[in-house]
Design a protein around this ligand. Structure first.
Ligand SMILES: [Zn+2]
Length: 311
C-alpha cells in the first residue's frame, strides 16, 4: 500500500492530510519533469529590462505553478551588483543555486587544471548566496574528450563535494531565443506566435524522445531535468511550456526532488563524455547508435526548419 492508497483507505485525500502531493511516490507512470535554468545571461540589458525579465520568470514559477527550479550560474554573466542581485532573488525564492563554471568554456579546449580553477572561481562568487548547492553542470554538456580529462574532472568534483547536475531532456531553446531576439531587433512589434509554436513543439518533441530513450535504455522514466535558459524566449513563454507539460499528463516537480533520482550519480563510460545523461547511458549500452545523433542537440538541427518557416 502506498501513501495515496493509505490515505484513500482512511477516507481522506492528500489535501485533507496536508501533504504536498508532489513529494509522494505515487506508483503511476506519468513522467515527471523539473525545470533547470542555465547561464543567467543578461545580454547586456539595462537594469530595468533585466529585472523585468527576471521577475517574469520568477513569477511564472511561483505564482502560477508553485515550482522550484535549479539555477546553474555562469559566473562571468552575473559578476556585477545587478547580476548577483538577480541570482540572490532566486535563492531567496527557494530555488537551487548551482555551479556552471565562471567562463562557460568548452572543456575540450582547456586543460584540466585551468578548467578546475574556473569551477572554483564561480563557487567563490555564489557559495554564500541562499540556496547554493554543490551541484555542477558542464557548459554545453561537454564533459571531456579523453579518459584522462573526463576522469580528472570527475575526481576533482567528487573531492570538492560536488554532485552532478545532469540534464535529462536537452533542447535548443537558446537558439530559438537568438532568432527571436534578432526578429525583435528588426521589428519590436513583430508577431511572435510562430516562435511560441515552434518552441513548444520543439520541447515536446525532445521531451518525448528523451523519455522514450530513458524507458528503452533504463527500463523506466527517470525524474527529468529539462534544460532551458534565462532568456527572452522564456520570459515570454515559460508559462506556456509548463502548461503544455501539464496538459500532456506530465507532472511538474521541484528540481531538488528530481535530483534525488539515482540517475544523477551515474558516470557513463563513453567518449566524448557528456550530452544528456539519458543519452550518455543509452550510448554506453551500444544498442541505440541508430537513434543517437551527435551532438544530441544543436542549432544545425533547428536552423533549416526555422528558415523554412521564416522565423
Ligand atoms: Zn550554459
Amino acid at each position: 500500500m502506498n501513501r495515496r492508497q493509505f490515505a484513500k483507505a482512511l477516507g481522506v485525500g492528500t489535501v485533507a492530510l496536508g501533504i504536498n502531493e508532489t513529494v509522494l511516490p505515487f506508483a503511476d507512470e506519468a513522467p515527471q519533469v523539473s525545470i533547470t535554468i542555465d547561464d543567467f545571461n543578461l545580454f547586456g540589458a539595462a537594469r530595468s529590462v533585466a529585472e523585468q525579465r527576471n521577475r517574469a520568470l520568477l513569477e511564472t514559477l511561483r505564482a502560477r505553478f508553485n515550482l522550484k527550479a535549479a539555477a546553474f550560474i555562469c559566473g562571468r554573466n552575473i559578476d556585477s551588483k545587478l547580476g548577483l542581485d538577480i541570482v540572490r532573488h532566486w535563492g531567496e525564492a527557494g530555488h537551487m543555486i548551482a555551479n556552471h563554471t565562471y567562463s562557460h568554456w568548452f572543456y575540450p579546449n582547456h586543460s584540466f587544471e585551468e578548467f578546475a580553477q574556473d569551477v572554483l572561481r564561480v563557487e567563490a562568487l555564489i557559495k554564500d548566496l541562499p540556496g547554493f548547492k554543490k551541484r555542477f553542470r558542464f557548459p554545453a554538456l561537454k564533459e571531456g574528450d579523453t579518459i584522462y580529462r573526463r576522469d580528472k574532472m570527475r575526481g576533482f568534483l567528487r573531492d570538492h563535494g560536488y554532485s552532478m547536475g545532469y540534464v535529462t531532456v536537452d533542447a535548443s531553446d537558446w537558439y530559438i531565443d537568438q532568432r527571436l531576439r534578432a526578429r525583435l531587433a528588426q521589428n519590436p512589434g513583430a508577431d511572435l506566435s510562430g516562435y511560441k509554436e515552434y518552441y513548444l513543439n520543439h520541447l515536446w518533441d525532445r521531451a518525448r524522445f528523451y523519455d522514450g530513450l530513458s524507458r528503452k535504455g533504463l527500463g523506466r522514466s527517470v525524474k527529468h531535468t529539462l534544460l532551458i535558459h534565462h532568456n527572452v524566449l522564456n520570459e515570454l513563454f515559460l508559462g506556456d511550456v509548463l502548461l503544455m507539460f501539464k496538459s500532456k499528463g506530465w507532472r511538474l516537480i521541484d528540481a531538488v526532488d528530481a535530483f534525488t533520482d539515482p540517475v544523477f550519480s551515474a558516470a557513463p563510460n563513453i567518449l566524448p563524455a557528456g550530452e544528456s545523461i539519458v543519452w550518455a547511458l543509452a550510448k554506453e549500452t551500444g544498442r541505440f547508435n541508430d537513434i543517437l545523433r551527435y551532438p544530441g542537440e544543436d542549432e544545425v538541427y533547428e536552423k533549416p526548419k526555422m528558415d523554412e518557416l521564416g522565423l
